[in-house]
Design a protein around this ligand. Structure first.
Ligand code: COA
Length: 223
């Protein structure tokens, strides 16, 4: 499905359920906004062990039986619903592969995509060029989401590290991910998963036109 078509389908679903606030939030972002994200990378040729989460969990590929629980909108504010709708679009697009951390009671607690550079063209098209082009042996970690009931248990770092390694197999030498500079929980989780800042992405929207600029990081990579 094309990028615009998939957005329209998501908006249609929101309108039918009477939930238009996330659409307003998208519209204001497209109208006039600017944001900066850190690009972070991990060298997959170097062994790495994250510090463990507070709970035990397994990692499974996301499938149709897990989807209703992971895309539950319960208890989310408009911004959370907008963010989760974007992840659901990735799922509906079939982008390979999303992985879910599942606690020992069977509850999904975290999910994220590990997107291989083998699918670079697809990834580039779906995200409108929002990430650097991927070589076949590079992996993009995207769409991290902690289920609200499971947050605060330091799941992200260990789960992201394990998802990176599952997605990478033996064929990928480097993983990258992008995080808003003010998203402290995610930045910390990425660092715990072995990722360090290597680039900045400056994005601006002016009446629906997007501009991207890439720059060396202004802060030390290990801060
Ligand atoms: C990002 C997200 C997955 C992190 O999950 P979480 O359960 O909140 O985080 P964790 O318990 O694994 O903690 C990660 C780190 O953030 C810290 N942290 C958690 N909440 C925090 C907050 N509100 N402010 C600052 N730090 C915070 C934790 O102390 C931990 O740091 P440490 O490992 O140095 O101790 C979750 O907040 C989320 O889904 N947010 C919405 C979607 C999102 O932002 N995705 C990432 C897009 S790049």
């Amino acid at each position: 499905m094309g990028r615009v078509q998939s957005k329209l389908q998501t908006y249609g679903r929101m309108v039918r359920s009477g939930d238009v606030k996330p659409i307003a939030s998208d519209a204001s972002r497209w109208g006039w906004s600017a944001n900066v994200a850190y690009g972070m990378c991990r060298d997959l040729t170097v062994p790495f062990s994250p510090s463990p989460a507070k709970i035990e969990f397994t990692i499974e590929p996301l499938d149709a039986s897990l989807a209703p629980a992971v895309f539950s909108l319960e208890g989310l504010d408009a911004e959370g619903r907008r963010e989760l709708a974007n992840r659901r679009r990735m799922w509906e697009e079939g982008l390979p592969t999303a992985y879910v951390a599942i606690d020992l009671a069977g509850n999904p607690c975290y999910f994220q995509w590990a997107l291989s550079g083998v699918h670079d063209e697809w990834v580039h098209e779906f995200f409108g060029g929002g990430f650097p082009r991927l070589a076949a042996d590079e992996l993009l970690l995207e769409g991290a989401w902690g289920l609200p009931a499971a947050r605060g248990q330091r799941i992200m770092g260990e789960a992201m590290s394990r998802i990176t390694e599952m997605g990478a197999g033996a064929d990928h030498r480097r993983a990258i991910t992008f995080v808003g500079v003010d998203n402290e929980p995610s930045l910390r989780g990425c660092r715990t998963a072995g990722f360090e800042v290597y680039i900045e992405r400056h994005e601006s929207w002016r009446l629906g036109r997007r501009q991207l600029r890439w720059a060396p990081p202004a802060t030390p990579a290990s801060s």
